[in-house]
Design a protein around this ligand. Sequence first.
Ligand code: RUB
Length: 332
Amino acid sequence: MARRKDMVVIPQEVQFIAEEIRSMRTRGAGRIARAAVKGLMVATNESKAKRIPKLLKDVAAAAQTLYETRPTAVSLPNGLRYFYTRLLSKADQTKNIVELREAGETIGSGFIDLSINAVKAIGQIGSRLIVEGDIIFTYCNSATAFGVLKTAYSMGKEFTVYVPETRPKYQGHITATWLDEAGIPCSIITDNAIRHLISRADKVFVGADAITANGAVVNKIGTSFVALAAHEARVDVFVAAESYKFSPATMAGELIEIEERDVSEVVSPDVLARWKHVNVRNPAFDVTPPEYIDSIITEHGIIPPQGAIAILHQEFGWYSTEQAMPWEPYLE
Ligand code: RUB
């Protein structure tokens, strides 16, 4: 069948990036955001559009495809919004499609640089919280939290790290590998051992997929259990999170959607097939209330969780529904 000339086409590379995120081959909130923005750079560059309105439609379709890959990490819509709002304002200023395509490159690499620099800044700021001889707990696999540990270690501070395995996908093993490669001594523990061992720890460092207006932290399922156990044992909990992980929609009372993933991640299909009446649930994230968090380390500095609203205002102003998905009006 002949392809309509004005039909929206999503480039294969964008579909590939979307699948990498969906299947968690690309994972971690920061990486997800950078990969999605890369996808929009590709969509802008590869669009065959001859006119600007069509280019905006092509990029909108790519943005929607990427947006639908995983629901919880707010860095994903924030990254897509960063790109698309700037592309729209450039489209208001120029009639030249070549200029707009070039702007896509600049905007995208602007976000990627901002993201990488934020992780580095958090590493620098957070590393000051670590003192010689500390016993540290982390959870799951967060490049931002790891950046804090790696920076402290490169400053010559000696400390050890407990890493829970993080069922069902064992992201703790990735963290242990990174620590091992960096030369930082660590112990892998089962998730069940968290409460037993956390009383020996001095500090907890975790990452975040989303931070709400009231300072609650959404992160890998089980993080709230680590924070609860730490609170009980009077161990400080620090969250390392770039400002694009704060959720503007929560200023308007929206809740963060908690992703439920395929049950085959928890129980093998063979076992599932044998069971007749057993239901399996696989929520991928949970919410840690602000009461269980001591501080959030952002690239702008360390804030108490109650200061989340200040970051949100600084980054996004007051929330308006137009900020939700700026590409929506351009979807076919
Ligand atoms: C990863 C996870 C990480 C945050 C922060 O979950 O919960 O702690 O995404 O990561 P998943 P980073 O494995 O399901 O993506 O600091 O690397 O952005």
